[in-house]
Design a protein. Structure first.
Lengths: 258, 423
């Protein structure tokens, strides 16, 4: 009986949610993400090198003001097509703390290829203090840390809108169509021509969002291209081996009636 | 047994010298060479060998992961990322290990299903079956502790939820939980002991697997007909017949495994486990790994916490006494027209539980979980005991060789009489 009442309850609740948009929002409705095409999708996709380098530029000039990527080192930039000299000069723009030196003091020096990406804040407390109490999360594995990560991040970055009438916004929060609950502490940071791409690509919001998402996807899975190439070879090998093994089995069993 | 050198038949003088003093070669020849095996296995009989290979893969990859992993709450997450990025082929080793756990459970579930369908748990293989269920239980403990090690959000909260189950026991519950944690919350002592035990348990499993195989080689294998071999015409030497057949299954298995590892390595995982553990933020839905979902559904089907915990443990415990619950003397479901469909329903029901375990514990999902839980137990506790008396089984074939040789062909004994001809 109790089960039957649960069933009726679920149907009534479901109908209520479906018919009332405000109730849907209150119940935390499932948000459908638009499907964005990325170069690294599918079984054989690879990272678009131009996109990766533009994406890194967007990260460096926009995101890195608040978001760390502590799993990455400057040497990793060689993998997205920067020359060693370019990466070395780029790293040298950042000051990192090293030490202690012979006098026991910490000191600042320009970053080297072997250094991790410089973090914008010394610790979580400092980050929260500077960001209205919110903690900008580390982006190193963000694409793997969200369901359908690349689509989600692109949608989030392009999903800033005015809050619908009657939607109660918290203090210092921004309305985003794709953030769970729609209130996000991160402001809309991407504006038309926010960065100037060296390759002449026009820096539209969607272009920057796509490129920085590509960069984050690479940062989360730098092994992706090597993994897929190896996978193709291994599966081809195993398929041939399966055929041979089956032929051997047939031969061995040839005189057994079964 | 007489004291003195073993009477070895091996020709190579060096191997013979060793074999006379330590007859491992004779043993291998007896247990894996000429071992008489029913001639009518289907491909379901691959899965024991597949499980053995998977255990070896897990131990091998695990040893290399442990060389680079740091069991400390402050470093665990980053040490896993370092394995993924900076250790040579670390991503491959970790993805094989991570997906290997899923593959292991797929293989074991099919292996258990094989046992249920063909009645492999029945006399004289009761102890063999019990050892198998013990392995399954040890695997669950090992997998659970392994999932905690990357110290992501699901690691932390999964560990919190599962260890807290023990708090349901009256009086001693909270003390057990504190004892398991090594403190008053899931924290560094919990992580380091889980790492230690996660490294230990696979070797315990390997020990029980040895007993499982030893017991198998006393009773001999069951087979799809569920009748005992009556003579050499019913069996084939394990090598080369079943080494060849197991190899086919193994390569196909590796293709599936490789596809998962190389093309969708995170498909069976949860994105939240790539967020570092945070005791102050609870994920919206805490879900265990997919292979625990059926038991999670059983747990949540009961409105009372202690009741849920007891029923969940009961869902494994009932497997231990299964040999005595099934009262039918007929092993294979091929000859049990009613039990066959009720078992297939049980299998589908298990999948329903798995699906329901991944849904939030509310509304219709709870109702479905309850119905499915009821049938899970009813099959073992009501259907099998009664059906042995009520069901009229089909006529069993006279021997394993008879049905395959129907049509009047001469009985083939050649293959069995000259076992090593093809070796």
């Amino acid at each position: 009986m109790r089960g039957f009442r649960n069933l009726i309850g679920a149907l009534v609740l479901g109908a209520g949610v479906a018919l009332n948009p405000l109730a849907a929002r209150a119940a935390g409705e499932a948000i459908t993400l638009p499907d964005t095409r990325f170069s690294f999708e599918g079984l054989f996709g690879t990272f678009d090198r131009g996109g990766l380098q533009r994406g890194f530029q967007v990260y460096k000039e926009v995101c890195a003001a608040c978001h760390a990527m502590r799993q990455l080192s400057y040497r990793n930039l060689l993998e997205i097509g920067l020359s060693e000299e370019q990466a070395r000069r780029l790293a040298a723009d950042f000051q990192v703390t090293d030490g202690p030196n012979d006098e026991g003091a910490m000191f600042e020096r320009p970053a080297r290829l072997s250094d991790r990406f410089r973090r914008p804040f010394a610790n979580e407390q400092a980050a929260r203090a500077a960001n209205n109490g919110a903690y900008p999360p580390d982006l190193s594995v963000m694409v793997k840390a969200r369901a359908n990560g690349a689509d989600y991040l692109y949608a989030l970055l392009t999903g800033y809108q005015d809050a619908p009438a009657g939607f109660a916004m918290g203090d210092g929060m921004y309305y985003n169509a794709y953030y769970p609950g729609h209130q996000i502490a991160m402001p809309n940071v991407l504006n038309e021509d926010q960065v100037e791409f060296a390759d002449g690509t026009k820096a539209t919001v969607s272009q920057m969002a796509r490129d920085v998402t590509t960069f984050m996807a690479w940062a989360a899975e730098p092994e992706l291209e090597q993994r897929r190439q190896m996978g193709v070879r291994i599966i081809l090998f195993l398929t041939i081996l399966a055929g041979l093994t089956y032929a051997v089995k047939r031969k061995v069993w040839a005189d057994v009636k079964h | 047994m007489a004291i003195g050198l073993h009477d070895s038949t091996i020709k190579n003088p060096v191997i013979r010298w060793v074999d006379q003093r330590l007859p491992v070669f004779t043993m291998m020849q007896k247990e894996y060479g000429s071992f008489p095996t029913p001639r009518n296995f289907n491909y379901f009989w691959n899965f024991g060998a597949l499980a053995m290979v998977t255990l070896m893969i897990m131990i091998a990859t695990g040893i290399f992961l442990a060389m680079n992993y740091t069991p400390h709450t402050a470093y665990a997450f980053d040490s896993v990322e370092r394995i993924m990025r900076d250790v040579n082929y670390g991503w491959l080793i970790r993805y094989v290990h991570m997906n290997g756990a899923s593959m292991f459970f797929i293989v074991i579930y099919i292996h258990i299903w094989r046992g249920l369908y063909y009645g492999s748990y029945k006399a004289p293989r009761e102890l063999l079956w019990i050892l198998g269920v013990t392995i399954f239980l040890l695997m669950m403990a090992t997998a659970f502790m392994g999932y905690v090690l990357p110290w992501g959000q699901m690691s932390f909260w999964g560990a919190t939820v599962i260890t807290n189950l023990f708090s349901a026991f009256p009086l001693v519950g909270q003390h057990i939980v504190t004892w398991l944690w090594g403190g008053f919350s899931v924290d560094n002592p919990t992580l380091s002991r889980f790492f230690s035990l996660h490294y230990l348990m696979p070797f315990v499993i390997a020990g029980v697997v040895f007993l499982h195989v030893a017991a198998l080689h006393i009773t001999g294998s069951n087979n799809p007909l569920g009748i005992d071999p009556k003579g050499p015409q019913d069996t084939l030497p394990f090598h080369p017949y079943y080494t060849a057949k197991d190899s086919v299954g193994l390569v196909v298995y590796f293709i599936v495994f490789a596809f998962l590892v190389f093309f969708m390595p995170n498909y069976l995982g949860h994105p939240d486990n790539y967020i570092p553990a945070n005791p102050l933020v609870t994920p919206a839905h805490i879900v265990p790994e997919w292979y625990f979902l059926p038991y999670y559904a059983v747990l949540r089907a009961v409105p009372d916490k202690l009741g849920g915990v007891l029923l969940m443990f009961g869902s494994i415990a009932v497997l231990f006494i299964l040999p005595w619950l099934d009262t039918s003397p007929v092993r294979s479901m091929r000859f049990r027209p009613l039990a066959k469909w009720l078992l297939i329903l049980w299998g589908l029901n298990f999948l329903v539980l798995m699906w329901a375990g991944g849904k939030p514990a509310e509304g219709i999902y709870v109702t479905i979980s309850r119905i499915a839980t009821a049938y899970y137990f009813a099959y073992f506790l009501v259907v099998l005991p009664l059906l042995g008396r009520l069901e009229r089984p089909l006529k069993l074939p006279e021997s394993i060789a008879m049905p395959v040789l129907r049509g009047g062909g001469p009985i083939m004994v050649g293959a069995a009489a000259k076992p090593m001809e093809k070796a």
